[in-house]
Write a protein that binds this ligand. Sequence first.
Ligand SMILES: [Zn+2]
Length: 102
Amino acid sequence: MQGLCLLCTAYLAYRRGRNPWLWGALAYVLTLATPLVLLFVTRQKRVTLPQHLAQYPHCRTKRGIACAHCNSGSIQLWRNGGLLSNRDQHLCNHCGSYLYES
Ligand SMILES: [Zn+2]
C-alpha cells in the first residue's frame, strides 16, 4: 500500500515535471506518519479517580463508585494499555462507557 502510493505519487510528479524522488519520499513519510497522527488525535483522555470524582461527585456512593452516565454500580477493569503499561481502565459494565483509570 505504501509502495503503491509512493510509486503513484512519483509517477504523477514525473508526469507533471516535478522531482519524482522528492514527491515519492514525501508520500512515503506521509503514509508512515498518518497512523501515528491518527493514534495521537484519537487517543483517549486519561482521567484518574480523584479527577473523575471531582467532575462527577454523585458517583461516590455508599457501596463504592457508580457509573456517571447510567448510575450502575457494576464497573469492570480492563488492562489494555499494552505490554509496557501497568494502568487499569475502569469501564461501566452496563453501558460500556469509559470512567477512569488507575
Ligand atoms: Zn454506565
